[in-house]
Design a protein around this ligand. Structure first.
Ligand code: MN
Length: 423
């Protein structure tokens, strides 16, 4: 079963950090995500922080843990993780005896430098967005958009962990081999079809031993939390290289994550039943469980915005490209991804990252990539100031945001992930 709603989610809770009380803030006391930070401009070691309002609480300095290694905390049992969450919540509540001591352990987020939240040993990117898979498949195979395996096997490929960076990443436009459909031979140069992918990143908590698959129930308990993930993609490199072994250099040049991991415990009020439409195949037994059917899905609002270099220079704010929802987009739940990943005996480790795949909704204004939004680059989108885009240009900044809302619960946010394309 997924984490259950408890006193740490109570909408009536109030926090002694003033900014945590603001409506619409991403990090109220009901959230309590983890990240790694230090004072900006310093060379201090990275510390584990908890985002609260517009501040960061130094977790080790509270005495609740004795490490600055988030992977160590990730290896804890779900019960231990829940106890830590409750202790942090109690200390931050109005009237807490810790207030005086803990108020000295805060740093404004505006004064902090963030890094990738943990050591990501391995990164696997899935393809759970069925509307994305269908729309992209239609561009290449109009008669058979979805491959016959799609509704049975959670499709994935092994991604590259070394090029994952935290929000704020700037990276050079990748170069590589491309081949135009009418060209006799490939050519070499900068990608001309650079794209983003709106994804969620699921972090693994306790791993599993090599040769010991995780059941669905165990997999649910091994989900540590979620962040935003932009899986930058060079579509022209991808089109030429992907057969027969899948994406390679078209994906491995950069991936950007948001700095805060919103925990599985914090997501408890925002879980949703896993449902399949009538006529869809039921998952095989190893991908099915009562808990998954009851509350395996996650309900997260997802937004993509863009600010071009010209917009930035003119002082124009970023403009929204799309707004969608993870539950509508994803064909598989996080626990199904963990269970499937381990079913052959493959071992996952604390801090491993599983990408959801591009989370596009069924509507055109819910697309999670430019490939879909511009129908393969054929229908440019219009931006304020008269600019057009089919794919990303140098100087473009992409911003992904995510948040959860539900009647009877306090809104929590995932923060944001931004990244900029350099020439
Ligand atoms: Mn992807």
């Amino acid at each position: 079963m997924s984490a259950t709603v408890n006193d740490t989610h109570d909408p009536a809770l109030r926090c002694w950090v003033d900014s945590a009380q603001q409506p619409e803030i991403d990090f109220p006391i009901q959230n309590l995500p983890y990240g790694r930070y230090r004072q900006a401009g310093s060379t201090q070691g990275w510390r584990i922080g908890v985002a609260i309002g517009d501040q960061i609480l130094d977790l080790r300095a509270t005495g609740l843990i004795d490490t600055d290694d988030l992977n160590e905390l990730m290896s804890w049992s779900s019960e231990q993780r829940l106890q830590l969450r409750r202790a942090i919540s109690l200390g931050l509540r109005e009237g807490s005896a810790q207030r005086q001591a803990w108020s000295k352990l805060l740093l404004a987020q505006s004064e902090a430098e963030m890094t990738v939240p943990c050591r990501i040993g391995d990164y696997t990117d899935f393809y759970t967005g069925i509307h994305h898979a269908t729309a992209v498949g239609r561009l290449f195979r109009p008669d058979q958009p979805l491959m016959p395996n799609y509704k049975w096997v959670p499709i994935g490929y092994h991604g590259r962990a070394s090029s994952i960076r935290v929000s704020g990443q700037q990276f050079k436009r990748p170069r590589g081999q491309t081949k135009a459909p009418d060209a006799a031979e490939p050519s070499f140069g900068p990608s001309r079809r650079l794209d983003y992918e709106l994804e969620l990143g699921f972090y693994v908590a306790q791993g599993n031993a090599l040769g010991e698959p995780l059941s669905m129930d165990a997999a649910e308990e091994r989900l540590f939390g979620v962040s935003l993930l932009n899986d930058w993609s060079a579509r022209d490199l991808q089109a030429w290289e992907y057969q027969p072994l899948g994406p390679f250099l078209s994906k491995s040049f950069a991936s950007t994550v948001s700095p805060w991991i919103v925990t599985a415990e914090a997501l408890a009020p925002f879980r949703a039943p896993f449902v399949r439409d009538a006529g869809e195949p039921a998952p095989l037994p190893y991908l099915d469980s009562e808990g998954n059917r009851a509350s395996g899905a996650v309900d997260i609002m997802l937004e993509v915005s863009i600010q071009t270099r010209r917009m930035a220079e003119a002082g124009q704010p970023a403009v929204r490209l799309t707004l969608g929802n993870s539950r509508e987009a994803a064909y598989w739940t996080p626990a199904q991804l963990l269970a499937h990943h381990t079913v052959n005996g493959c071992n996952l480790q604390p801090g491993d990252l599983l990408g959801s795949g591009t989370l596009s909704g069924p509507q055109p204004d819910q697309c999670g990539s430019l490939l879909e939004l511009t129908v393969g680059g054929k229908q440019p989108i219009q931006l304020p100031g008269g600019e057009q885009r089919t794919f990303l240009e140098d100087g473009d900044t992409l911003i992904l945001r995510g948040w959860c809302v539900r009647d009877g619960a306090v809104r929590i946010g995932l923060g944001e992930v931004r990244g900029t394309v350099l020439p």
